[in-house]
Design a protein around this ligand. Structure first.
Ligand code: AMP
Length: 542
């Protein structure tokens, strides 16, 4: 027997329509290219999204067309999110930090017909536009006065499109399983692969992300997503914010500590989300200037493991609660969040940090399991580690325009490529990407755990650990350190520091100092680059 409930489709346009109706006066603040602050409301955003939707329809955009963005987090990017998906086309966010050849590969693979681009990123699009046969035009996200010149056919002005179209539009209704947005994985090996989300998956994910034990969003929240809108839709924050009517604060292209701090203070931000590398810059700014942000209650940090030293700094020095989250582009991206369970309220600080540095417990909607190399299920005892597999209503079932995918198993589970343990309380602890695991004498050493502990040393700013070939043990860990300003830590210093914190056989055989770590387009340390650079390093123990 079927339930007697209306079959209303879950569509992305309904989020902005709702925000306009119910929280229409809530503000959306955005830093422009030029550093100016733009301020308007959900009501205004909805009006302009409808104008833009009409403009796109007039340009001939049809349901299913891929419309790309090469843009920072701004109010215009938000309008595009809703206008494009709202008419059934697909918002394809391109990462401006990619090399032009990779950007060209992705735009061609997706066959993007229009590209929206921020003014300061026009040269990037200019470099590839001639090699994109499906491209019909490029829309610069600015007004007439600031239109750049570029060798691009059919270069259009965003504000002209808005001005020339009315907001007279009733959002069309279609099947909630229709594709809504597309984001390619960072692709550290092989070509980038497209995760194609649907309206339904986006809305269910938006509900989950807003929950109290996830991002805890409400109309009272003032949210600053530092995580880019080109990285898994800024973890879904634009959708969850519209759903709850949260005030949104967009940082534009300015992600340095001082600029972020200024916005956090001026807009009285309560919640911010970002990757560890960006937060490192903010923490440094706070330390150097002796400032803090009284309104900031909580931050969700994910994308890479966070060291305990970062959680301690936020919580103890600056009064900001930290939630460590794990996810993937293929998972929309939310997978798990680490919060201390009520049962552990009376535990010691050290025990609580042990929980906080884990990647957390699955959010409702995400089922998890771990398997060994032969696909056998492993127990959730906090000891056994194997590959993490997931399934759920916002996890991709295959890649866009790819016939086969090893990661998408026939039994309906997605193999994440992350190696982890899961404890009896369901806390996941990622030890490595499968390809980064260090195999020493048949046992595994977790590079993430070593990095985490090493970053607790006061003379260490950042640390990475890779496996280097060893004649006796196959591989042994090499510690690569970016020293704190003015410091020169030695291998002996770090060995002494690590000795009582990790197993003796985990202690790195050697250490090198570097000025910086190579970062990928989404702010993750590129272990592949480090292995190219230091793979032949001669260990003193070899
Ligand atoms: P992406 O699809 O670019 O967001 O990358 C997803 C991958 O980033 C995951 O499969 C993990 O390897 C890594 N990752 C994301 N969040 C975390 C985290 N909190 N701790 C460790 N690794 C993470």
């Amino acid at each position: 027997m079927r339930g007697l409930i209306m079959d209303r489709p879950l569509l992305i346009s309904s989020l902005l329509e709702h925000a306009d109706r119910v929280s229409g006066d809530r503000e959306i603040v955005s830093r422009s290219d030029e550093g100016r602050i733009h301020r308007y409301t959900y009501h205004d955003a909805h009006t302009r999204s409808r104008q833009l939707a009409n403009a796109l329809t007039a340009l001939g955009v049809q349901i299913g067309d891929r419309i790309a963005t090469v843009a920072w987090n701004t109010h215009r990017h938000l309008e595009i999110y809703f206008a494009v998906s709202g008419i059934g086309a697909i918002t394809h966010t391109l990462n401006p930090r990619l090399h032009p050849s990779q950007l060209g590969y992705i735009a061609n693979h997706a066959e993007d017909s229009y590209i929206f681009v921020d003014t300061n990123l026009v040269p990037l699009v200019e470099a590839v536009a001639g090699d994109l046969p499906a491209l019909k035009g490029v829309i610069v996200m600015t007004d007439k006065a600031n239109m750049p010149t570029a060798k691009i056919d059919n270069l259009l002005c965003y504000e002209d499109l808005i001005d020339n179209n009315s907001d007279d539009l009733v959002w069309p209704e279609f099947d909630e399983n229709t594709a809504s947005s597309l984001c390619y994985t960072s692709g550290t090996s092989g070509n980038p692969k497209g995760a194609l989300y649907s309206h339904r998956s986006t809305i269910i994910h938006a509900y989950a992300a807003a929950l109290p034990d996830v991002m805890n969003l409400s109309e009272r929240s003032v949210v600053l997503p530092v995580v880019p809108m080109f990285h898994a839709n800024a973890w879904g924050i634009p959708y969850s914010a519209a759903m709850t009517g949260s005030k949104l604060v967009f940082p534009g292209a300015h992600l340095d500590g001082a600029s972020i701090h200024e916005l956090l203070v001026a807009e009285e931000v309560t919640f911010a989300a970002g990757v560890p590398t960006v937060w490192l810059a903010l923490l440094n700014h706070w330390r150097e200037t002796g400032t803090r942000v009284p309104s900031l209650e909580m931050t969700v940090i994910g994308g890479s493991a966070i060291p305990q030293s970062m959680i301690e700094a936020f919580q103890e020095d600056f009064g900001v609660a930290v939630r460590h989250a794990w996810g993937m582009t293929e998972m929309s991206p939310l997978g798990s969040v680490s919060i201390v369970k009520p049962r552990l309220d009376s535990a010691s600080n050290e025990e609580k940090y042990r929980v906080q540095i884990k990647q957390g417990r699955p959010v409702y909607g995400v089922e998890v399991r771990i398997v060994d190399d032969d696909g056998n299920l492993l127990p959730h005892d906090g000891e056994a580690f194997g590959e993490l597999q997931v399934r759920g209503p916002w996890i991709t079932s295959s890649y866009f325009r790819l016939d086969t995918s090893e990661a998408h198993g026939a039994d309906g589970w997605f193999a994440t490529g992350d190696v982890c343990t899961i404890d009896p309380d369901s806390y996941i602890e990622i030890t490595d990407r499968a390809k980064d695991v260090i195999k020493s004498g048949g046992e595994w050493i977790s590079s993430i755990e070593l990095e985490n502990v090493a970053m607790g040393h006061p003379d260490v700013l950042q640390a990475a650990v890779i496996g280097v070939a060893h004649p006796k043990w196959d591989e042994r860990p090499l510690l690569i350190v970016v020293p704190a300003p003015g410091k020169q830590p030695t291998h002996d210093d770090l060995t002494a520091f690590l000795t009582d914190k990790v197993a003796k056989w985990w202690l790195p055989d050697d250490m090198v100092l570097v000025d910086e770590l190579p970062l990928g387009a989404t702010g993750k340390v590129l272990k592949t680059k480090l292995r190219e650079q230091f793979g032949d390093h001669k260990l003193p123990t070899a």
